[in-house]
Design a protein around this ligand. Structure first.
Ligand code: KG4
Ligand code: ZN
Length: 342
């Protein structure tokens, strides 16, 4: 029997709904909230209001594109956390009432676990699925982690950032340069025209498999402040080289710990996930490392890198198979709960 899962994602500033038939994607709708661009970052109060406006139309479009009726759905999976509480409340409340109306179960999904499980969505753009155990570098606006994945449900963080996330480093550096939000894709684009060796920025010396990106952000800020004293057009004249040099530093830091994690665990199945996994420099560097170290690498299709509900639906699908359902008194959580098992 086929299983139809409706996925709902509302953890930050994207309202998304997707329908999966087993592991195959039928639709994946995303309403981006452009309102935050003029503030240079996500404004939580505005995000939750926009989710309220978007959620019903987005779900309707997702069902329409999937060409299925509501009564065919077997369960509703939703992001319970981590994320912005006000945003999560919209998706959680919607999922509960929608499922209750249809008399079907709800399934709570951890957002970070969903980013990783996006590798198991069957779609014409998707490649092979990683085999267990694999390591996943999960890099987004809120998180930077190396996760050891032993099964669809058993995951362990073996390295994490102790301060800023990699996506935050991109976004904050972009803001310092006066570039629009989110800065990651803009820096990625500019970096293609720049020289990655033009400027040197310090790389953090953090023990073990952990990361730190706040020092890099500060170093970038101070460097620009000094240069602007000498030349007020320094940023405008060097945008591409600054972007390329900063991006190269972030990628070097990310991949050196990933290399170490592979060496220490002996795992050569290596995946990346999350918004920053859309970065073209990271994607190509990972491929060169794969050649060098004989890794099997898994890079998600672009549509599954940034926040989307298809990844929530696939995570929900695996829980559905385990009969792991949620109750109507569930409330969202804002902080990361992914310690041993999520
Ligand atoms: O996974 P995601 O959509 O949301 C979170 O869960 O945080 O990730 C968003 C982050 C933002 O920081 C954005 O700047 C970054 O992913 N990002 C990129 C690129 N595309 C998105 N960073 C670097 N290069 C990109 N091409
Ligand atoms: Zn995310």
């Amino acid at each position: 029997m086929d299983t139809y899962i409706l996925g709902i994602e509302s953890s930050c500033d994207d309202t998304s709904a997707a329908v999966l038939k087993n592991t195959r994607i039928l639709s994946n709708e995303i309403a981006n909230q452009t309102i935050h661009q003029s503030f240079g970052g996500v404004v939580p109060e505005l995000a939750s209001r926009a989710h309220q406006q978007n959620i019903i139309p987005v779900v309707e479009i997702a069902l329409h594109k999937a060409k299925i009726a509501k009564k065919q759905l077997n369960a509703v999976a939703f992001t319970r956390g981590p994320g912005l509480l006000g945003s999560l409340l919209v998706g959680t409340s919607f999922a509960k009432s929608f499922a209750m109306g249809l008399g079907i179960p709800i399934i709570e999904v951890d957002h970070l676990k969903a980013h990783i499980l996006s590798h198991f969505i069957d779609d014409s753009s998707a490649g092979e699925h990683p085999s267990f155990p694999f390591l996943c570098l999960t890099v987004s606006g809120g998180h930077t982690q190396i996760v050891r994945v032993d099964s669809h449900s058993d995951m362990e963080i073996i390295g994490t950032t102790i301060d800023d996330a990699a996506g935050e480093a991109f976004d904050k550096a972009a803001k310092i340069m006066g570039l629009p939000y989110p800065g990651g894709p803009v820096i990625d684009r500019l970096a293609k025209e720049g020289n990655a060796n033009a400027f040197q920025f310090p790389e953090p010396k953090i023990q073990g498999l952990n990361y730190s990106f706040s020092g890099l952000k500060t170093a970038f800020l101070y460097f620009l402040r000094d240069q602007l004293k000498l030349d007020e057009h320094f940023i405008t004249n060097n945008k591409a080289d600054l972007s390329a040099s900063l991006q190269a530093t972030i990628i070097r830091v990310l991949l050196s710990k990933l290399k170490r994690a592979s060496r220490e665990t002996g795992i050569k199945e290596i995946a990346i996930a999350g918004g920053v996994s859309a970065n073209s420099g990271l994607r190509s560097e990972l491929l060169s490392m794969a050649d060098k170290f004989r890794w099997n690498t898994y890079i998600p299709p672009m549509q599954f890198t940034t926040d989307n509900a298809a990844m929530i639906a696939i995570a929900g699908y695996f829980k559905y198979l385990d009969g792991d359902f949620g109750s109507q008194d569930i409330t969202p959580y804002s902080k990361n709960k992914m310690v041993k098992n999520i």
